[in-house]
Design a protein around this ligand. Structure first.
Ligand SMILES: O=C[C@H](O)[C@H](O)COP(=O)(O)O
Ligand SMILES: C=C(OP(=O)(O)O)C(=O)O
Length: 450
């Protein structure tokens, strides 16, 4: 049965309320939460169901090896940083990476931001202790504030509304950039401006020069370039806070199916992917394309059971598995999953998140990652897929368009002492602009050279 034809899916949209939901805030005031839910439910949707369907078709192509997904953005967006400059720099970085990948690998690249809604974080511990004082952990700006004071850390449902408004403003600007001419491929050089000149920047200029020449050649041949003016760009975030996702879920007037209209693509995190849990149940009932993070402890049977629950009709592009095994584990942990899922003959789009399995604490105490581990996990991802004959369909990265110093290594050779220079993330370390471009060049090579 196709997902829109099953009325029990829509009828059960609130079934998650009686299931175990991990990583939810302890909202102190149930009435205030109910009031916010009602107000969120009255807000316009942030995306249109038809856009989510287009993305499903694009992800199906990535699952067949006919496209490649590039999903990137902050670990945790913050309200304070939802500024024009930050949004523009992130969009530019993703567009630049996409150009490098498209040109280098001759594959269409699906561009998706971890943007316009990535305001909630699952945490390893419910508390944080500093100098003997213990407070509730920061769970993202949609829940509480980062400042280490008792008042800041109390979950406040009004923040869900603020997350909605910031997401709306961010998405509006992304749409303006990507449809208003800013993302026109003929401006490929412009996207480099404003970043620090560096090795990756120079290599990008070379690629941009080659693209320019190709465009001038095609123009001289009389090609029509209207299609270059706009770019499809999709939004995504972890569907962690069900008190946010549920009120933004709407019934599509065309099909009668439910869509979570907080973003085009939603994923379930490694910590909340229990088969009988609230998150899996809720996302099984919406028709957006959805993802699930799979860590190194995932068994092939877990993966198959998630497919049964989240994509029972085997719709290509509906389900993406985002593997995050760690560089040291991927070559052992991924192939058994790929073998069994591939043998089932059922459609899944496989994406590599090389960030979340490679987090370390540096000698000076920073939560960081090594760029070499991150790249090694991507290499392991390609090797595993090539060994099994399955399709490496995309990349999921935590990045920023700014010149932060949060990840070790890269051609700038950021070392432990260098981390302090500009360490700004509130949760996990992100690749900076240069490291993101370096990664794109290397991944283009990996796609090109089987
Ligand atoms: O981004 C992912 C998680 O939210 C994050 O890695 C958890 O970090 P913690 O272990 O500091 O809670
Ligand atoms: C929490 C995240 O990842 P994971 O669920 O893989 O740990 C994340 O992507 O922000």
């Amino acid at each position: 049965m196709s997902i829109e034809a099953d009325p029990t899916l829509v009828e059960g949209l609130d079934a998650w309320r009686s299931m175990a939901a991990r990583q939810q805030p302890s909202w102190p005031d149930a009435e205030a939460l109910a009031d916010v839910s009602q107000r969120l439910g009255a807000m316009p949707p942030l995306v249109f169901a038809g856009e989510a369907d287009v993305l499903t078709a694009r992800l199906a192509a990535a699952g067949r090896g006919e496209a490649f997904l590039l999903q990137g953005g902050d670990c945790a967006e913050t309200f304070a940083e939802a500024t024009a400059d930050n949004i523009r720099n992130k969009v530019k970085t993703i567009l630049q990476m996409a150009v490098v990948l498209t040109y280098g690998a001759s594959l269409p690249v699906i561009k998706m931001g971890r943007m316009a809604g990535q305001y909630a974080k699952p945490r390893s511990s419910d508390d944080e202790t500093r100098d003997g004082v213990t407070l509730p952990a920061y769970r993202g700006d949609a829940v509480n504030a980062h400042a280490f004071t008792p008042g800041s850390r109390v979950p406040d449902p009004e923040r869900l509304l603020e997350a909605y408004h910031r997401s709306s403003a961010t998405l509006n600007l992304i749409r303006a950039f990507t449809t208003g001419g800013f993302a026109d491929l003929r401006r490929v050089h412009e996207w480099n401006r404003g970043f620090l000149a560096n090795k990756a920047y120079a290599r990008y200029e070379e690629t941009a020069g080659e693209i320019d020449r190709a465009i001038r050649f095609m123009a001289a041949c009389g090609a029509d370039f209207d299609a270059l003016r706009t770019v499809e760009f999709f939004s995504s975030h972890e569907a962690l806070l069900l008190d946010y996702e549920r009120p933004l879920t709407r019934i599509d007037s065309r099909t009668g199916a439910a869509y979570d209209c907080s973003a085009h693509f939603l994923w379930i995190g490694e910590r909340t992917r229990q088969l009988d849990g609230a998150h899996v149940d809720f996302l099984s009932r919406v028709r957006n394309p959805v993802g699930v993070k799979l860590g190194p402890s995932t068994s092939a049977d877990d993966a198959l059971a998630l497919m049964d629950k989240l994509n029972p009709s085997d719709v290509p592009g509906r389900l993406t598995f985002i593997t995050r095994m760690g560089a040291g584990r991927i070559r052992d942990a991924l192939p058994p999953l790929l073998e069994k899922v591939t043998a089932s003959g059922r459609p899944v789009t496989w994406v590599c998140d090389p960030m979340h399995g490679n987090t370390i604490t540096s000698a000076s105490g920073y939560k960081t990652r090594r760029l070499e581990d991150v790249l090694d996990e991507v290499r392991g991802f390609f090797e595993s897929h090539r060994g099994v004959g399955s399709v490496p369909g995309g990349l999921h990265v935590e990045l920023t368009g700014d010149d932060v110093t949060e990840v070790l290594g890269g051609s700038e050779e950021i070392d432990d002492a260098g981390l302090a220079r500009r360490y700004e993330t509130l949760v996990d370390p992100r690749l900076n602009h240069q490291q993101s471009l370096e990664m794109a060049f290397q991944v283009a090579d990996m796609i090109r050279r089987p």
